[in-house]
Design a binder for this molecule. Structure first.
Ligand code: F6P
Length: 366
């Protein structure tokens, strides 16, 4: 088999170990693996690496962050750019690729799913994302590494918060899922946490959904303020708050929002951390500062958990190809690596269940 391999969407630690596991197993089967540069752009613009992926090229990348193949948010199904899809299909044919192995999150795997079901291209997906928001898998690699970085940041903020008797607000990534914020807040011993799931109305498409979120956010912020005041009254001279970038602050209707090629709002520009910090300072009069660690969460060596998970997923994806299982995504369920239908995995985000948040709330209301 001649396999094209690509990594799409936001990079994260674990991509290189996954490529390594995949290539090593595929070579066992006698397959040939070719790297496509920068996600789906590699197929749209025909940027295929000049030499195949060999043991020599992948054996030492287990501890390297980022992706050796480069990444982008190129979307060959973007409306109004139909020629890109044609180019993508024609380059798959001209390079004689039998299969495309795509490592990515919801967007990248959504393209793999559509290529398979709408155009008959054999695809296999390997899930990655620091957001941990992909359905059908318990974890995605990148998440554990991102939480480790964010927890380290929170530990550091605690030192300076204590020295200055301040409240520190840490804004973390995670898109519309609060996984990174939740795990960071637990592991770093935060006093309060704000995640998008808390504000989400039963029907997110209802006309009053935005008003509901604003009201819910105000209620949460007021509860948090009472809590921070109570903690100060019992002698705690500092406070740590973790907020997920996906929590939406109210904004004037005419505010321009920037979106990427898949139509996602660039959340870091919303500045929810600053909004929360200002709210705290004005309501408590406690000196408050805000820190946003942004893309720092996506860099650095993968954790042991991510290295092992990514390697196992890569191996399983090569097995799927060998067994003729296409249109599938590899996944971890419990400690088993399994293959699931790509259709089920894409489109619906795996967000934090409110039951889990409520179970853990005992840690954030003392
Ligand atoms: O999906 C991963 C992620 O890091 C999100 O948490 C974040 O909202 C987004 O990517 C940032 O995207 P970009 O790297 O394009 O700025």
């Amino acid at each position: 088999m001649k396999i094209g391999v690509l990594t799409g969407g936001g990079d994260c630690p674990g991509l290189n170990p996954a490529i390594r596991g995949f290539v090593m197993r595929a070579l066992d089967y006698g397959d040939e693996c070719w790297g496509l540069r920068d996600g789906w752009r590699g197929l749209v613009e025909n940027i295929v690496e000049s030499e195949p992926l060999t043991v020599g090229r992948v054996e030492e990348i287990i501890r390297q962050g980022g992706t050796m193949l480069g990444s982008s948010r190129t979307n060959p199904f973007k409306e109004g750019q139909e020629a890109d899809l044609e180019k993508c299909l024609s380059h798959i044919r001209s390079n004689h690729f039998d299969v495309i192995a795509a490592l990515g999150g919801d967007d990248t795997l959504g393209v793999a799913n559509r290529l398979y079901h709408e155009h008959g291209i054999k695809t296999v997906g390997i899930p990655k994302t620091m957001d941990n928001d992909l359905s059908e898998t318990d974890y995605t690699f990148g998440f554990d590494s991102a939480v480790a970085v964010a927890t380290d940041a929170l530990d550091r903020l605690k030192d300076t918060a204590k020295s200055h008797s301040r409240i520190m607000v840490l804004e973390v990534m995670g898109r519309h899922a609060g996984w990174v914020a939740l795990y960071t807040a637990i592991a770093g011993g935060a006093d309060w946490i704000l995640i998008p799931e808390q504000m989400e109305p039963a029907d997110p498409k209802a006309p009053d959904a935005a008003a509901h979120r604003t009201q819910k956010l105000a209620a949460e912020l007021n509860e948090m303020v009472q809590h921070l005041k109570a903690a100060r009254a019992r002698g705690k001279n500092y406070g740590l708050v973790v907020v997920s970038e996906g929590v939406q602050a109210p904004k004037p209707a005419e505010t321009e929002v920037k979106v990427d090629a898949f139509g996602h709002i660039i959340l870091a520009e919303q500045g929810i951390g600053r909004y929360v910090a200002q709210w705290i300072e004005s309501e408590t009069k406690f000196e408050t500062r805000e820190a946003s660690i942004g893309h720092i969460q996506r860099g650095g060596a993968p954790t042991v958990f991510d290295r092992v998970l990514a390697t196992r997923l890569g191996i399983k994806a090569a097995d799927c190809i060998h067994e003729g299982q296409f249109g599938m995504m590899v996944a971890i369920r419990g400690n088993e690596i399994v293959a699931v239908d790509l259709r089920k995995a894409v489109g619906i985000s795996k967000t934090v269940p409110l039951s889990l948040y409520n179970e853990l709330k005992t840690l954030f209301n003392k």
